[in-house]
Design a protein around this ligand. Structure first.
Ligand SMILES: *Cc1c(COP(=O)(O)O)cnc(C)c1O
Length: 375
């Protein structure tokens, strides 16, 4: 589909070349372990239909989604040798849908194991699966008590081909946190339950915890899309999302004039205000009100007043007229204005900035080619 950037109020450029370069950075870190990709939540808001094929071109063959429905949508976009893993496993009663769409479940509970084993038995085959252990997050996966049940009753997974055991790290971005090692030790011990299975533990940050955490396969998401994987260290990843909003009006206001809903900002001097066509309906979070920074032609500019549904307002006092013309573009996400910097101003994490990116932007993809030749 042709995107009309000329009439768009805001333009989101997705640099698939940067995504592919990020994949190679992680692959290099991993050495001999395989590098999969988390493409859940529409590839963290950037578009799974574009991101997943681009990653396939770089050699990625393991794609992780959260919901069954995400897997069903992704399946026809990837060649058959790409494994699509549904991390929530099957919703109760939908196991046959996974099979029909060539998706691999993560089995997180005894009930999911029973249902998958029953389906495999009915089909007189063995069906592939991942099995997740809870090693400290208390969110998903088998509890220690459930592991004991499986150990005592291995027939419960007799018809399941457990290809990978899996767990998830709680605080991997915090390298000094002792919970990382503690989870690693638990995971190592649990592997004995499925000695023939491969193993996957690391998310993006886990990759940077070193070789012990790599096992056979990593499951990075955030770092692929440009989020810094290690807290307090320079970000080795390239920015993938570049966002620009258009100036739709500028005005000069006298001293002590309120700007925006609730007049949460008042001018302390005669000021010039520029209004830009991006708002919280586009995922430009309202918590950035009076806190965010954007750039116009390389100049840092403060967001002033509350973020509205469709607009933000900027204090552009003193900037040259020629960069403030109606229709001029303002940078909101760029190599300088990183998702982590915006997240920090908004009081959140880069993940939320990316996954909030709205659907009103003119989206422009570059840096990859369709898979039609390989499919
Ligand atoms: C989202 C998710 C990932 C990817 O995590 P990042 O921190 O984005 O790299 C990996 N594994 C599981 C279980 C997840 O939920």
């Amino acid at each position: 589909m042709q995107v009309n950037t000329g009439r768009a109020g805001a333009i989101l450029r997705i640099d698939l070349q940067a995504l592919r370069a990020n994949y190679q950075i992680l692959k290099t870190q991993l050495g001999s372990a395989a590098c999969g990709a988390a493409v859940k939540a529409d590839a963290y808001g950037l578009g799974a239909a574009e991101a997943a094929p681009a990653l396939y071109l770089e050699g990625c063959r393991h794609f992780f989604v959260a919901h069954l429905e995400e897997g069903i949508v992704l399946r026809p976009l990837l060649p058959a040798d790409a494994m699509i893993i549904v991390m929530h496993g099957s919703p109760v009663g939908c196991e046959a849908d996974l099979l029909a769409h060539g998706l691999t479940p993560v089995l997180n509970s005894l009930q999911q194991i029973a249902a998958w084993n029953t389906l495999a038995t009915d089909k007189q085959t063995r069906l592939p699966a991942f099995v997740q252990f809870d090693t400290g997050m208390a969110r998903m996966g088998l509890s220690p008590a459930e592991v004991d049940v499986l150990r005592a009753e291995p027939q419960r997974f007799a018809a399941i081909d457990v290809q990978y055991v899996m767990s998830h790290l709680v605080s991997a971005e915090d390298q000094a946190n002792p919970v990382n090692r503690a989870q690693l030790e638990k995971f190592r011990a649990l592997r004995a339950l499925f000695p023939a299975a491969k193993a996957t533990l690391a998310n993006s940050s886990g990759i940077f915890l070193g070789k012990d955490f790599h096992f056979d396969l990593a499951r990075p998401g955030a770092a692929l899309y440009g989020v810094a994987p290690v807290a307090g260290q320079a970000n080795p990843m390239r920015a993938v999302a570049h966002l620009q909003g258009r100036i739709i009006q500028t005005r000069d206001i006298p001293v002590d004039t309120g700007v925006g809903y609730g007049s949460t900002w008042r001018s302390s001097r005669p000021s010039r205000i520029a209004t830009v066509a991006v708002g919280y309906a586009d995922g430009w979070l309202r918590s950035l009100s009076n806190r965010g920074t954007v750039q116009i032609a390389g100049h840092d500019v403060a967001m002033v007043g509350n973020v509205s549904m469709d607009t933000i307002t900027l204090d552009v006092t003193g900037l040259p007229d020629d960069i403030l013309a109606e229709g001029a573009l303002v940078d909101l996400l760029s190599d300088q204005l990183t998702v982590d910097r915006v997240a920090s101003a908004a009081g959140t994490i880069g993940y939320e900035i990316l996954t909030s990116l709205g659907h009103r932007y003119a989206r422009v993809y570059s840096g990859s080619e369709p898979l039609t030749k390989t499919v």
